[in-house]
Each structure stands twice: as C-alpha cells, then as structure tokens.
Write a new protein. Structure first.
Lengths: 411, 184, 167
C-alpha cells in the first residue's frame, strides 16, 4: 500500500501521501441539505464515493443561550431549555427545575416526582420516534415513519392536555407543576400505553430482519467503547457500544431508583445497534410509565407541587384576591427571594445522553453563570473523524443515527 | 371513496360550451394550487413542519405534495426557525437561486422577528435580508397555523399579476434588499 | 472494592500531588478541587489513569469570568468515575492579557470541541490544541461574547432606538 494516510488529527483535512491533491473532490455538504436534517456543514474530501477527510462547521443557529441565561431570572430560563433539544423539551424543562431545586434545597413530593417521570419518559419516546423514523426514511423506508408519526402526534396531544403546548412545552415550575394532570390526560396516557406497543412492534418488524436495512446499517460506523468514552459520548449511542452508562441508574433523580427497568446495551456500536437500543428504550419507557401510574394511585390525590410559597408561583386567582399570595408573587417575579450562593451540577438522562446543567449562583436575581452540557454537541464532534473511509451514504445514515439536534448542538 | 373537491373557478364569462377568463387568473389558480415548498428548516419550527407534512395534518392536500430541496425547482420558501447571522448569507443565497415567481413565508417568531433570542448572534427577522410575503406567528406555530399561512399565501398568489416580476414595485422591493432581479 | 468517597479522593490526591491541589469544598456533595495551570495536565492524566480514582470520563469543560478578580478566568473541568459514580470538579484560575492553559486534548480526544467552545466564548487559549478556532460564532467576530463586559444584545440594532418609542 503506497497510499498511506498521514497527519490524522480531528478537523484537519488529510491527504494521501503521494496522491496529487487535485484528484480528490471537495464536496460541501450543508449547511442546508435535505440529507442532514438540520444545519450542519461538512466539507468532505472525497475519492469517488469514499470520504477521505471531513471538516465539520457548526454554529449556524447559535442563539447564545448561556449569555441570555445570565440576564434572566430562573423562571424565564425554562423556555430557553425548551429550545435546546426541541424533540424532547420536557426532559430539559425538568432537568432545569431539578437543578434549581437542588440549589434551593427543595424537597419534592413523591407524586410530583412520578408525574415528572411520566412526562420525561413520554418525551423520550417522542424523541426516539423521530430519530428511528428518520433513520428509516434515510435507508429508504418511508412508511415506517408515517406509522410512528401518528403516535408521536398522540404524545403531543397528551402534552397539550397537561400544559397546553405541543412542542416547546415549558412544562412545570420550580417546585412542581403549574396544575394537576386532568382526568383526560391520565386516560390518554393509559390509552397510549395500550395502543403504542403494537405499532412499535409493527414498526420494528419492518426493519429488524429486513435485508436492505441490515445491509445498510449493520457494521456501519461501528465504534468501540474505548473510542466512545474517549470522545465523552453518552446516551443511546454510548450504550450501543456496550457501556451501560445511564444517568437514571447511576445517579438516580426523581425517584428513578424505585422503578424497575432495563438498560439496553448493544455489542457492536454500529447504526443497527443504535436503532435497536432506541427501540428497546421506548419499551422500557413504557414500563416505567406503567409503574409510575400505579405509584401515583397510592399517593395522596391533588398534590402537584411542593409546599414552598417563597419559590413556587401562586395561582393567578389567588394573586388577585389574597394578600400573601400577592406578596409572594411580587417577590418571585421581581427576584427578591433569598437564594444561596453556591454551585450546582445536575445531570439528567436526556434523549441523546447526559444533559447537564452547571449553575453558578451568586445570590442575585439571575444566575451568575449557567452552562449547559449538551449531549448533541459532544456526541457530534466524533462525526468528522469517524467518517474517514466511509461511503457518503453511510455517513448520512451515521449522522441520522447520532440524532444530533441542531438546537442542542449550537445552543 | 373520499369526495374530490375542485378549486373554485375564477370569475369570468361563461356560456354554452365555453368559459373565458383572464390569463392572469387562470395562471394564478394553477400556481396557487401547485406550490412547491422549499423547507428551510433550522430548528423547532422545522419539527412542527415535519408534523405538517406528516400523516395527520398533510400539507399535500393543498397542492404542496412535493417538497423541493433544490431552490431552483421551488417557488415557496418556508423559513422555519432561528436564522443566526452566520446563516444569513446562506439563506440569502438560497433565495437568490430561486427562479421567479417566488414567495417567502416566515414561519414562527424567530424567522419573523428573532423571537425570544434578542442576542448578538441572531438575525432579528429574515425580512432584514429577503422580502417576506406571509408571517406565521407562534413559537412554534401549530401545524394548523402553518397550513393557514400557506392558504394565505395561496390567496396572494391567486390575486397577483401574472408578470409581477416586471412591475416597478417589485423591482424597487428587490432593489431595497440589494438583490438583482432575474428575468429569465 | 472499597467504596470511593470524597475523603478518599482528597487523601489520594494529596498523597500523590501534595500541595499542587487544594480542596475548594463540597457544594451539594460534589467535590471541587483547585490547581494551577502548570499542573493541570499532570492532574488530569493522573486521575484518569489512577487505579484507585479512575476518573476516566470527561463530562465537560467550560469557563467562568470573574472580572473583579486578579485572575479573571476560571476554567472548570467536570470529571466522572463511571465505575462508582463519583464526580469531581477541577478549577483552574488564570489571568493576564491572554489567558493560557494547556490543552487536555492529549488526555481526552473529546476535549477538542469543549475547548474550542470555551475559546470561542471566553478567549482562553489552550496551548497544544490541534485546531483552536471559533466554533459557534462567526470567524470574523472580534469579541469573546461570554465575557461579562460584552452586552447580550446586538449594539448595532437600530429598531430599538428611543426615537421609535417617542422618547
């Protein structure tokens, strides 16, 4: 082999030793390209169909979340977290509320924790539906996407019942929820648990033993656990390599330690394994929701927030009619609450991996510094180095299986 | 079988065996009911657009069956999501590449005005760089709202003059944005 | 295997690295230690490979700006022991006209983009980084926007002028 690749560093174009450079073609993929599902730009050096090297450029929807967060009180940061990973906003919302509650040392009633678990697991299912559906589309199977999209619409209906919004939900408040789930919401959650498993099985049957799908995905973009950990991967794609790291299990929050569920892991770390891990996680999520529903039955009814009037916004009708509520409302909205000077790192298992909030608070009205550990951002950096030597079509499938969400990538 | 509804005929002169209307109206009718969308999706609104295209809401009912990802073969540019300043030249380039006639819908608060992101890195509304025909409010708008935006655009398309591209108003508009009119 | 806790980590670090590390405290149970930029690589490589500590997972790198301090910038590393689920926060305070710290890319590949992001926001130079460019902002931006002195809003906006509001 005379064609040795030299100078392999991430993000640096590599060229063959003795090949004249002009025999390679430079292909600009993105930032707006139908195959990339978002605004990512990759400048690829290709030799025929094979990628020799690539450079990723990101930041095309950089919105300066962290700078905004330094100028907003805690309440107003919740809508920002919605727009991080907008496919599973509730997980971000809950993660942020829990971070603040950790800072303020607020004890959350069990019923609220179970309600949060339900919302987060529904969001995880909605996110995995998008990822796996799109992966199907990219391998040429459009119908599977259409089946599961209807179920995702149903999850959005549940969210609407709970909070009024579909996508950017802004669910919950610091200390609990803004209102109790109504009876229709509970009915719809139960109905979802009944109607989704057969759809998921049908969806899975389309792919699991499908020759085309296996050929397109099996062995593609295989990553070893060592590589994955070296690049700080987390979430389903890390578990597909065989590392059973799940924040819900290692550092349980929201009473996850009381639930019985499995953490699916893969063996090869390829696209096929990622698909299977996500599918199985949807099943496990439904198991968790089922248990949470049973647990809620045993808790006192009507509890939907912690009893912390100094931090939890009182209902509007009380603000107008009750002196005390008005004072609390004023203090919270004007940021006149006493808060400790401290630092918190809180992580939740987002749909794409470990979603961390690093909050430094100096006792003021707004955070002194808020940093989001965004799994998409950290997962995506391996894309260009791992594309080396791949076919373009494989790289596209690899990208959709990484499930990089542009909002979370660019913050 | 579902009932097939036909588009309403434009006003004209009707008699035994013939129907006469102006060419403007006939072309406008055809254009309005076969808009080819170019989804320029960057963030959250793009996910709602996915729902709009998907099985429940089905944008295809309104003649927009074929999403075109090439700007050359599209006539309705749907800008969905935050446009950062880094993205602005790309969006402008896409608009310039579109052939006449072309229309733009700004979907969602970010595309219309920058939305909640009043920051150093975000463009405060795409109308700073390209002309916009319809604004759809919402953060993100519901699929129904996006559909409504498309229907509003259809009204505009129906009632526009056939040769909009040659009107002085349109030329002045493009000039304001520093975009060269293409008359092919 | 003995259960690792914060005290064990402190003892181990002080036994090996001596006074190169200082304990900052344990806010909310998360051990925070401080070191100097000269020792950071030694520390990271040690805790990653040490048989006892095994802090093998780099969770995050970021920075904080304290404009009133002499050393204005704190670079913050979050490390994680996945085997026993212990997290450690490492802080390094640096200052000067051009704040500089060695790059952790030789220890973890994943540090690459995290450091680029930190450079992009704070202008902290990571020495030995293979490709230290801006990552999220435009290349021609001439400020480091997360520093406290720079405003959130675009100062060039004209539509917010008082004139438009009758003021």
């Amino acid at each position: 082999m005379s064609n040795r690749i030299t100078k392999i560093t991430p993000n640096n174009p590599v060229f063959y030793d003795n090949d004249p450079q002009d025999e390679l073609i430079t292909l600009n993929l993105g930032p707006t390209h139908p195959a990339t599902h978002g605004v990512f730009q990759n400048v690829l050096q290709i030799d025929g169909e094979r990628i020799v090297s690539g450079v990723s450029t990101i930041g095309y929807i950089h919105r300066a979340f962290e700078k905004i967060a330094e100028h907003r009180p805690f309440y107003q940061i919740t809508p920002l977290t919605d727009r991080l990973n907008y496919c599973s906003s509730p997980i971000n919302n809950m993660g942020w509320h829990m971070t603040v509650e950790k800072l303020l040392d607020i004890e959350i009633p069990k019923r609220v924790q179970y309600m949060r678990v339900i919302v987060m697991e529904l969001a995880r299912i909605a996110d995995h539906i998008i990822c796996n559906g799109i992966l199907g589309v990219d391998t040429g199977a459009f119908s599977g996407f259409l089946y599961v999209m209807q179920e995702r619409e149903f999850i959005y209906e549940i969210f609407e019942e709970i909070c009024g919004a579909r996508l950017t939900t802004n669910i919950g408040r610091i200390g609990g929820f803004e209102r109790d789930f109504n009876a229709i919401a509970f009915d719809k959650i139960r109905e979802f648990l009944k109607r989704y498993p057969p759809v998921l099985s049908e969806f899975e049957e389309l792919f699991v033993r499908n020759r085309i799908f296996i050929e397109r995905t099996s062995g593609v973009a295989a990553v070893t656990p060592e590589q994955a950990l070296d690049y700080s991967w987390s979430g389903p794609i890390l578990r597909a390599t065989g590392v059973d790291y799940d924040v819900r299990v290692t550092a349980p929050y929201c009473s996850y330690e009381e639930f019985e569920f499995d953490v699916p892991v893969g063996t090869n770390g390829d696209v096929y394994d990622r698909f299977m891990v996500r599918n199985e996680e949807m099943r496990q999520s439904m198991r968790i929701i089922q248990q949470a529903l049973e647990k809620i039955e045993k808790e006192p009814k009507g509890v939907f927030h912690a009893d912390v009037p100094e931090f939890y916004l009182p209902p509007k009708e009380q603000v107008y009619n009750n002196m005390e509520a008005l004072i609390y409302h004023f203090k919270i909205v004007m940021g006149e609450w006493e808060t400790p000077k401290s630092e918190v790192y809180h992580a939740v298992e987002g749909a794409n991996g470990e979603l961390g909030f690093y909050l430094i608070h100096d006792g003021g009205r707004t955070p002194y510094r808020l940093h989001f550990r965004r799994p998409s951002f950290i997962n995506y950096q391996m894309f260009a180095p791992m594309s080396r030597g791949m076919l373009i079509s494989d790289a596209i499938i690899n990208m959709s299986s990484l499930n990089v969400i542009a909002g979370e990538l660019d913050a | 079988m579902s009932k097939v509804t036909l588009a309403e005929a434009p006003p004209g002169v009707e008699g035994a065996g013939f129907f006469a209307t102006s060419l403007d109206k006939a072309i406008g009718l055809a254009r309005a009911n076969s808009l080819w969308p170019l989804p320029f999706a960057t963030s959250c609104c793009g996910i709602e657009f996915m729902a709009t295209m998907g099985s429940t809401y089905d944008l295809a009912r309104f003649g927009a069956e074929r999403p075109s990802f090439s700007p050359r073969q599209a006539d309705m540019l749907l800008v969905m999501g935050t446009i950062a300043k880094k993205m602005a030249p790309v969006l402008r380039q896409v608009y310039v590449q579109m052939a006449e006639p072309r229309w733009v819908i700004a979907v969602g608060a970010c595309a219309s005005s920058g939305g909640i992101f009043d920051t150093y890195s975000v463009l405060q509304g795409i109308d700073e760089i390209i002309p916009v025909d319809v604004y759809v409010p919402g953060c993100p708008p519901r699929p129904e709202a996006i559909l409504d935006g498309v229907l509003k655009l259809q009204e505009i398309v129906k009632n526009e003059s056939l040769n909009r591209r040659n009107t002085p108003e349109y030329k002045a508009l493009l000039e304001k944005y520093g975009i060269e009119a293409n008359n092919e | 295997m003995n259960k690792l806790d914060n005290q064990v980590i402190i003892d181990r670090l002080q036994a090996v690295l001596g006074d190169k590390v200082h304990v900052l405290g344990e806010p909310h149970g998360l051990l925070a230690i401080q070191t100097e930029s000269a020792y950071i690589l030694e520390l990271l490589a040690f805790v990653k490979n040490d048989e006892l500590l095994r802090l093998n997972y780099l969770t995050d790198i970021t920075a904080v700006h304290y404009p009133l301090q002499e050393k204005q910038y704190a670079v913050v590393y979050h490390l994680h022991n996945l085997f026993q689920n212990i997290r450690v926060r490492v802080k390094v305070f640096i200052g000067g006209e051009q704040p500089t710290i060695p790059s952790a890319t030789s220890v973890w590949q994943g540090a690459n983009w995290m450091e680029r992001e930190t450079y992009d926001f704070f202008g902290i130079h990571f020495e030995g980084h293979p490709d230290l460019r801006r990552i999220l902002n435009m290349d021609d931006l001439d400020v480091f926007p997360m520093r406290k002195e720079y405003p959130l809003e675009d100062p060039n906006r004209i539509d917010k002028k008082d004139f438009y509001f009758g003021r």
